[in-house]
Design a protein around this ligand. Sequence first.
Ligand SMILES: Nc1ncnc2c1ncn2[C@@H]1O[C@H](COP(=O)(O)OP(=O)(O)OP(=O)(O)O)[C@@H](O)[C@H]1O
Length: 247
Amino acid sequence: MAENSVVTFQNVSFSYGGAPILEDVNFTIQERTFMSIVGPNAGGKSTLLKLMLGLLKPSRGTIEVFGLPPEKARTRIGYMPQYVQFDPDFPVSVLDVVLMGRLGVGKSLRFGPYGKADRAMALEALRRLEMDNACHRPFSALSGGQRQRVLIARAMAAEPELLLLDEPTSNVDMAVETELFELLHAMSESIAVVVVSHDLGFVSQYVESVICVNRRVKVHPTTAVTGEVIADLYGSDVRMVRHNLKG
Ligand SMILES: Nc1ncnc2c1ncn2[C@@H]1O[C@H](COP(=O)(O)OP(=O)(O)OP(=O)(O)O)[C@@H](O)[C@H]1O
């Protein structure tokens, strides 16, 4: 593993049993970086994240996270999945949801009760997402955007060295999206942050490089993402939304 590499993919291919979803993938993610995974629907973005987490195994090639097989590095990764299922009748508080991020943190796997340090870390994560005032509210009573922030807090509560977020802003308005990206950008000064997004124009304002996924994977510095790169990735059917938020 190269020095400072958090994630390394070497000649990785993957299929769910049928046609290849990812083919001969090679890239690295360095520490203290903010990257986005972009690409068309069904291009393999979520699959790439699940491989990084060790939830799926490559059919070919090698993946290392912090120099380890991904499943051995999982406690160092914070993950926010694309869809979170929960029962709205289940009386779980905001703090309970964030505390779930503390499961497995530390030397051994623990299944509660949570200690003081766990609660402090969960509250700190909520504070950073400006949701600490809601800590005793039922999770089901929150708006979509508030839930999204709580789920990000849950991923952060694990004190991850690598934070993976699968479309974290799919339910939120643009003001919240901007706030979240500012926050993630700040976090990337100390850890590696990787965000799956459909909105290349928006993420380009924040990330240093983009991991373009469409069965093959190519990494481009944001400045090199030209119309040609986009057409290559998405074909002619591309809607590149540029919000022009920074003046
Ligand atoms: N568990 C599974 N079993 C079989 N095929 C799957 C499974 N999960 C995903 N796929 C297929 O793998 C391909 C890539 O899916 P993936 O979810 O990685 O794409 P994606 O780029 O994240 O898509 P989207 O932008 O729509 O979220 C798709 O064709 C999908 O149908």
